[in-house]
Design a protein around this ligand. Structure first.
Ligand SMILES: [Zn+2]
Length: 272
């Protein structure tokens, strides 16, 4: 459990302010190993501390028929923003749309919280996710750090019924060449905490990192991200080896075409 990763996330503003203050005070006073132990113990208790409103979760992790695909940020909220390259809200939407298409091709129903560059408040996203029947929720984000060397994938969850899905998504992302594993973590993000279904938030790499930020600008790489996340979701529902996704990806194509928005991909099908 990487507590510092949680603290560093650009989404940390969502966390309870009180929790932040206590967390900071504890870390400041205690050095070294004691600091780490206390921090880990404290993070383990985070959900309990700040769960004034925590939803009772229905365990649909193996029976779901609908996937709510949430593209982080949008409109006035750009998310992580770097001078060079598109802001987080644009690349997150693109991955979400690709994921949406792949899930539909795999016979799953989908609902997108946004399908254009519009601002959707977090509570509205929660309402959309919880108003479905027999669903799961997958939120797509990209990460940011002041330290440019930091890179890798992270997947967050809140309820224990969401762990399997989070873990599976993280594992599939790790099959991408040169990927770095920053782990699966619990987090108190509102869209996770208030979800009545299994819910995860995927951080698809750091826009602040030269390599991952550069890759995020490449549609073929975003197609690959969506493919791995779709594979994890389909396998979570129907079992391992079931997913038949795109046969041509950025990693497999010997001579990728310049840019035509994901054409030339074989249709996916679920083999039950
Ligand atoms: Zn984000």
């Amino acid at each position: 459990m990487n507590a510092r990763a949680v603290a560093r996330s650009h989404l940390s503003l969502e966390r309870n302010l009180f929790v932040d203050r206590v967390f900071f005070a504890i870390r400041k006073r205690m050095p070294g190993l004691v600091n780490r132990i206390v921090t880990l113990a404290f993070v383990a208790l985070l959900p309990a501390c700040a769960s004034t409103r925590t939803a009772a979760v229905k365990n649909t992790s193996k029976s779901f028929t609908t996937v709510v695909v949430d593209a982080g940020h949008g409109g006035k909220d750009s998310g992580a923003y770097r001078r060079y390259g598109p802001p987080e809200k644009i690349v997150a939407l693109d991955v979400a749309q690709r994921l949406n298409r792949k899930l539909r091709e795999s016979q799953l129903k989908t609902v997108m919280t946004r399908s254009s560059d519009v601002f959707i408040p977090l509570d509205e996203r929660v309402t959309i996710e919880n108003s479905q029947k027999n669903a799961i929720f997958v939120s797509i984000h990209f990460n940011d750090s002041r330290r440019r060397g930091i890179h890798g994938f992270e997947t967050y969850y809140h309820s224990s019924t969401s762990f399997d899905l989070a873990n599976r998504i993280q594992e599939k992302l790790m099959t991408i060449p040169h990927s770095a594993n920053r782990g699966v973590h619990t987090a108190n993000f509102r869209v996770l905490r208030l979800a009545t279904y299994p819910a995860v938030l995927v951080e698809c790499g750091f826009l602040s990192n030269r390599s991952e930020g550069g890759q995020a600008r490449d549609w073929e790489y975003r197609e690959l991200l969506a493919d791995r996340i779709a594979e994890a979701i389909v396998e979570q529902r129907y079992g391992s080896g079931v997913y038949r996704g795109s046969t041509q990806t950025a990693a497999q194509s010997p001579q990728p075409e310049a840019s035509s928005g994901g054409t030339g991909l074989a249709p996916a099908a679920v083999h039950r």
